[in-house]
Design a binder for this molecule. Structure first.
Ligand code: KIV
Length: 273
C-alpha cells in the first residue's frame, strides 16, 4: 500500500483503516488483521515506554520501534503487499526549523523502511516544513484536533467546541491539504466537523473520536484491545484484553503452585568435591 492508494480508496468510496504498532509482534497482528496502514505513533511513549505524555520519546526510539514494526510486517506479508508504514516524527524533531525537520525525516528514510511520516499541527512553521518535505518527495500525513504533543497548551480536551475553534480547524485542514499532505488525522473533534471535512477534502480524513462519517478510522491498537490501563473515553476497547490477560496469567501461575512436584523443588545436590 502506498500513500496514493489511500487517496484512491477514498475516491472509490472504500474506508481507510489505520492501526498503531510499536514492535514486530503488534505490527504483525495488525497486518494479519488487514489494516491498510500501520502507524508507529509517538503514543508508544505512553503505551510502551511508560511516559506520562508523548513528549519524551526521542527520534532514536521512534527509529528503533519503527524498524521492529517493519520486521514484523516483513514476517507476515508478501513483498509489496505490506500495509503502508508511517512513522510519527516526535516532539521537537520538526519544530526547530525546516532544516532540522528534513534531517529528522532523512533519518526515518535512511534507517527505516517507513514510506511516510506524520506531523502534528498546522502552524505556519509546520506548514512550511510540510511544504518543503512534500516538494522533496516525502509523503506527509497531517494531524489536527487533539494533538498530544501540545498537551501542555491544549490538554486532552475535545477541540472545535465553539464556532471559532471549528473555523480554525477547517482552515487548518484545508491548509494541510494545500501543503500536500496525502491524508489527515482528525482527533477528538465534533462529528459534524469531521463529516464536513471528509466531504470537502480530496485527501482521506482519518478520524479518532471524530464520528463514523470520516473517510477512515485510526486507533491506538493497545487501546482497541483493552490493554492500556487508562482508555481514552473517545476510543472504547473492543474487548477487556488487559483483564483477560491478567486472568490467564494468574491461572497459569496458580497452576504452577499446584502441579509442582515436591522433589523437583528440593535444593540441588551439594557438589561432590
Ligand atoms: O501516536 C499515535 O498513536 C497517534 C494516533 C492517536 C493517531 O498519533
Amino acid at each position: 500500500m502506498r500513500p496514493a492508494d489511500l487517496v484512491r480508496r477514498k475516491q472509490a468510496g472504500l474506508p481507510v483503516t489505520v492501526l498503531t504498532a510499536w514492535d514486530a509482534l503488534s505490527a504483525a497482528l495488525v497486518a494479519e488483521a488487514g489494516a491498510d496502514a500501520v502507524l508507529v505513533g509517538d503514543s508508544l511513549a505512553m503505551v510502551v515506554l511508560g511516559h506520562p505524555t508523548t513528549l519524551p520519546v526521542t527520534l532514536e526510539e521512534m527509529l528503533h520501534h519503527c524498524r521492529a514494526a517493519a520486521r514484523g510486517l516483513a514476517g507476515v506479508c508478501a513483498a509489496g503487499q505490506e500495509p503502508l508504514l508511517i512513522c510519527d516524527l516526535p516532539f521537537l524533531s520538526y519544530q526547530c526549523g525546516a532544516d532540522e525537520a528534513m534531517a529528522a525525516d532523512g533519518r526515518v528514510r535512511k534507517e527505516t523502511p517507513a514510506a511516510a511520516v506524520k506531523l502534528e499541527g498546522a502552524e505556519p512553521e509546520t506548514l512550511a516544513v510540510i511544504d518543503r518535505m512534500v516538494r522533496s518527495g516525502i509523503p506527509v500525513m497531517g494531524h489536527i484536533g487533539l494533538t498530544p504533543q501540545s498537551v501542555h497548551r491544549l490538554g486532552y480536551r475535545r477541540q472545535g467546541g465553539d464556532a471559532a475553534g471549528r473555523h480554525r480547524l477547517s482552515r487548518d485542514a484545508e491548509a494541510l491539504e494545500a501543503a500536500g499532505c496525502f491524508a489527515l488525522v482528525l482527533e477528538h473533534v465534533p462529528d459534524e466537523l469531521a463529516a464536513d471535512l471528509s466531504g470537502r477534502l480530496r485527501i482521506p480524513v482519518i478520524g479518532i473520536g471524530a464520528g463514523d462519517a470520516c473517510d477512515g478510522q485510526v486507533r491506538v491498537t493497545a487501546d482497541l484491545l483493552g490493554l492500556t490501563a487508562r482508555q481514552p473515553p473517545f476510543s472504547p476497547p473492543l474487548l477487556p484484553g488487559r483483564a483477560q490477560a491478567v486472568e490467564a496469567l494468574r491461572h497459569w501461575i496458580a497452576a504452577q503452585g499446584r502441579s509442582a512436584h515436591p522433589t523437583s523443588r528440593s535444593a540441588p545436590a551439594a557438589p561432590r568435591c
